[in-house]
Design a protein around this ligand. Structure first.
Ligand code: NDP
Length: 487
């Protein structure tokens, strides 16, 4: 018997036990207390709040709570810096952006560990997705900075002024990169507010700005809660870029109505991931898992509604359940972990409430057996079958590792059901037929349609929504446009 034959006659292992593979946290040096980063300096404030790690609820640092006066001051500093920064040639803007990108790459392990500590996402995701994409955004917009006059034919772009940017907790550093890179490439200055639960990578980023020798005041970071965000919306800024909930997005839009401040909103979603009967099922199962369990489902474009063609519903769901049983839920700092901690107690309660609503309304729940740690915030990967379109779990954004399965018979029915939502951020289509992909993509009211894949991101590709998922695009040439005025 040859070696190959011997090997192939061995029984295939049905389950693996993974030894712990914890990532060391020593690379991260946290201060006890952080101030606001304004004008290249740390400014202290009267009030602070604790930021914790959702994996064990341990406090990590004290963070400044910016008041309205602090925000007004930061915006004033950004305005003062705008004069000199906006007059620099594009190649100079590019120089700083390239520097920031390279430093992020050099320090990526430190940032990845801190992102997982503060936010709860698995280290393999912060390491392999968040950090490379954040650096890629800075590289990409560095490339546009000295070519803007050629980017928009027959229009002469100029910087807008001061951009106020408000970001959420699901991709803290990546959302910062999506916001800051195009703003600086366009010659603007920035005041950015990170989310209350995940301020630490934004604060570490201030160190990168100093290392890159970015002129003081060009980027300012103000931490705080929703009231700090609201103060930034009301301050003397020229533009607000917001990513977060539809509810807060609507409040901001109401606030800015009648002013000449520009606005882009990237809001919630309830994406349809649609599987036709000719799709490669095993591949589709991987796409479904990636679509909803990636980052604990804290993803605005998560494929949270699964539409399966009726003829393959049974085998597909069986395969999906088997695959779910192999997901490792636990310590975000363990390199084997697939599903980490829920970002906050509040978010956990929201997920629990909606899952209870799913049970009460009559859907059938499946959760694979998994040992959840005692401390911290956890939720097992969950799938609901027998879901009706009217159920809350099919209508509302859960923003957790919870999938609702619905079925359809014809492509028309799939489109009708997929579009039956107030949102329109993303969708997925799984089929062997290229013509069907194009037919579906034309009809789905979603800003992004992935075909035979899911959750793919690239800085060159614009991302954004329809309907209550917001307006404006981030990424690509389209992403710099909202930061420019045209002659
Ligand atoms: P929010 O929309 O409240 O938070 C997003 C950002 O806006 C945060 O920085 C927040 O600050 C800030 N903010 C809060 N209130 C105001 C305000 N009145 N004016 C200006 N800025 C404000 O989202 P949540 O964190 O409360 O999450 C709630 C739900 O929103 C989630 O369950 C999920 O469904 C959805 N969501 C969607 C996201 C997306 O990417 N589309 C991202 C995050 C959440 P602070 O953190 O201090 O409250």
């Amino acid at each position: 018997m040859t070696d190959v034959e011997k090997k192939s006659s061995h029984p295939v292992p049905t389950s693996w036990t993974y030894a712990p593979a914890p990532e060391s946290t020593e690379i991260v040096q946290l201060r006890e207390r952080y101030g606001l980063f304004v004008g290249g300096k740390w400014l202290d404030t009267k009030d602070h709040f604790a930021t914790i790690s959702p994996r064990d609820e341990s406090p990590l640092a004290q963070v400044a709570q910016a008041t309205e006066a602090d925000v007004v001051n930061a915006v004033g500093v950004a305005r003062d810096a705008f004069g000199a920064w906006s007059k620099l040639p594009g190649s100079e803007h590019a120089k700083y952006l390239f520097r920031i990108a390279r430093i992020l790459q050099e320090r990526s392990r430190e940032f990845a560990v801190l992102e997982s500590l503060n936010g709860g996402k698995p280290i393999k995701e912060s390491r392999d997705v968040d950090l490379p994409l954040a650096a890629a955004h800075f590289f990409y917009y560095a490339g546009w900075a000295d070519k803007l006059e050629y980017a928009f034919p027959n229009r002469s772009p100029r910087p807008l002024g001061v951009a106020g940017q408000i970001i959420p907790w699901n991709f803290p550093l990546l959302m910062l990169a999506w916001k800051i890179a195009p703003a600086l490439a366009g010659g603007n200055t920035v005041v950015l507010k990170p989310a209350e639960t995940t301020p630490l990578t934004a604060l570490l980023f201030c160190d990168v700005l100093r290392q890159a020798e970015l002129p003081p005041g060009v980027v300012n970071i103000v931490t705080g809660d929703g009231s700090t965000g609201a103060a930034l919306v009301d301050a003397d800024v020229d533009k607000i870029a917001f990513t977060g909930s539809t509810e807060v997005g609507k409040a901001i839009q109401r606030r800015l109505a009648g002013t000449d401040k520009k606005l882009t909103l990237e809001l919630g979603g309830k994406a349809a991931n649609i599987i036709f009967d000719d799709a490669a099922l095993d591949q589709a199962v991987e796409g479904i898992v990636n679509g909803i369990y990636f980052n604990q489902g804290h993803v605005c474009c998560a494929g949270s509604r699964l539409f399966v063609q009726e003829s393959i519903a049974e085998p597909l769901i069986e395969k999906l359940k088997k695959r779910m049983a192999t997901l490792r839920v636990g310590d975000p700092l363990d390199k084997n972990t697939d599903v980490g901690a829920i970002n906050s107690k509040m978010q956990l309660e929201k997920i629990q409430e909606l899952v209870q609503a799913g049970r009460d309304e009559g859907a059938e729940i499946y959760q694979p057996p998994c040992h959840l740690p005692e401390k911290g915030y956890w939720f097992a990967p969950t799938v609901f079958t027998n879901v009706a379109q009217s159920y809350r779990i099919a209508q509302e954004e859960i923003f957790g590792p919870v999938l609702s399965v619905l079925t359809f018979r014809t492509p028309d029915e799939a489109v009708e059901k997929a579009n039956n939502t107030p949102y329109g951020l993303s969708a997925g289509v799984w089929t062997e037929k290229g013509s069907r992909i194009l037919w579906m993509a034309e009809r789905l009211r979603a800003g992004v349609v992935w075909a035979n894949t899911y959750n793919r991101f690239d800085p060159t590709s614009p991302f954004g929504g329809y309907k209550e998922s917001g307006f404006g695009r981030e990424g690509g040439r389209h992403g710099v446009e909202p930061y420019l005025a045209f002659e």
